[in-house]
Structures are given as structure tokens and as C-alpha cells.
Write a protein that binds this ligand. Sequence first.
Ligand code: SPV
Ligand code: MG
Length: 290
Amino acid sequence: MNKNQVLRKALASGELFTAMSAHNPLAAKLAEEAGFGGIWGSGFELSASYAVPDANILSSGTHLEMMRAIASVVSIPLIADIDTGFGNAVNVSYIVPQYEAAGASAVVMEDKTFPKDTSLRADGRQELVRIEEFQGKINAARDARKDKDFMVIARTEALIAGLGQAEAIKRGLAYEEAGADAILIHSKQTTPDEVLAFIDAWPGKVPLVLVPTAYPELTEADIKALGKVGIVIYGNHAIRAAVGAMREVFARIRTDGGIRRVDKDLPTVAEIIRLQGDKYMRTLESLYLR
Ligand code: SPV
Ligand code: MG
């Protein structure tokens, strides 16, 4: 099975598929080694790694090239976050084949206006496009894909925009009708109540996708028990882990006036060389260097 088929089959199986965020290939490799089912090619993480806001400040090309680099080092499916599709339905028609060619197995596209503002920021600009317009974008994404197993996941930001459950359900159903393979329902409430109420009321046939960043107490066991959720995405835990670890080590080196004490607590240089894929290069050397 190729990666697209793995993701397609996982979603059809009724099992919960887990995807961990990554902002670079090294993070993606660590996520694969940790046992996640797939990689979330997070726009938030990539923006953060460039120290700019997650608001279409980075170009689509920057994100696309990172997706290509990530897909080339992992053997698990990559779900690419294409924000709003970088424009209208015409832009979507051009961009989706590029993500497919870059090795993504799915795209997640959200129903906000371009340029977007990030979802979890307090007082963000959360404007949604018309339902018909977003249906056109889903149609465009579906028609643009080459492999029918490449998935188009539609994300509604109705709850994020404060438009309420009825609007979120209406949009989810409209996006399913337009051909979305799954619906991502996002919420920034700090308890799961809003999302749980949506899931309970969801009358659609396609599976739901959750990003429980704001309501972290919801476990995978809880989500599985709901029965309607196919994918859980951990949206920004790679970058937050990296920030925490770097900050702590940098502070210790300043406090200690050197690296002597901190060294034993860090992954070894040999471990980093392993993660760089050194073994493969040695094989190439023995085969071809004469
Ligand atoms: C991302 O990780 O880029 C997401 C999830 O889209 S969130 O930041 O919660 O909107
Ligand atoms: Mg995003």
C-alpha cells in the first residue's frame, strides 16, 4: 500500500488515526519513531519556526517545499495544512496537484477568508467565506487531485468565528455534499463541551477530524468512544516541545557558564548523526565511492 492508501484505509477502518505536527523533517522523523500514524504539516508550526504569525505571512511555496522535505524522510502519510487554499477556487486548482506531487496524502482546507488569521489567538480576525464559495473550492480540490486516494479534508471555522453549532453543522453538511472526505471541526473553547455537542449533533456520513489543542483533557480513548471521529491531530506539540527544551538548555548554559553540566542530559551527537540518515549515506559510499 502506498501512503495515500494507508490513510484512506485508516479512515475507512473506523479506528482513530493519530497525526503529530511537524515543522521540519527532523520533527517528522521523531513523530514517526514515536509511533504516530501520520504527520500534520502544520502552518502554525512552520510559521512559528520562522518566528512570524500564522497568517499567510509565509508563502505557499515555503510551506510546499517543507511538505516535500518532510514527505521524503518519513514512510507514514502526511496531511498538509493548506490554510484557505492560498486564494480562491482557481488557486486551489493549481496548488492541490503541487501538494500531491510533493508527497502529501491529504490536504486540510479551511473556510476562512484569505489572508487568514490563526485560529487559537484571542481576538483573531475570523471571517468565513460564503458556503457556496467554499463548496466550489472543495470541488476544485477534488477535481485537481490525480489519485482518488488523496484526500480533501474540509475544515469549518464556524465555532472559532463564534457562529454557533447550527452554522457549523450546516457548513459541515454542505462541505460533505461538495465531496469532502472528512470534516475538521475546530474549537478554541478550553473545555471539550462545544466540540462534544457538535459531534453529538453531527448527522453527516463522513468522519470528523479533531484538533484538541485548546481542550487537552480529551484523550484518544475518549475520542474513540465518540465513534464519529476518524483523525486526531496534535496541532503544535512539536514546536512547543522544541521551544521548551531549547529555552531550558540555553538558560542552563548561561547559568553554568558552559556546557559541561548540560551535556549529559542532551541527545548525543551520534544520535543526531543517526537521525540525519547517516547509515544510508555509508551504504552509498561503499557502493559507489571508488
Ligand atoms: C495548524 O497547526 O496550523 C492548525 C491548527 O491549523 S491550529 O493552529 O489550531 O489552527
Ligand atoms: Mg493551520
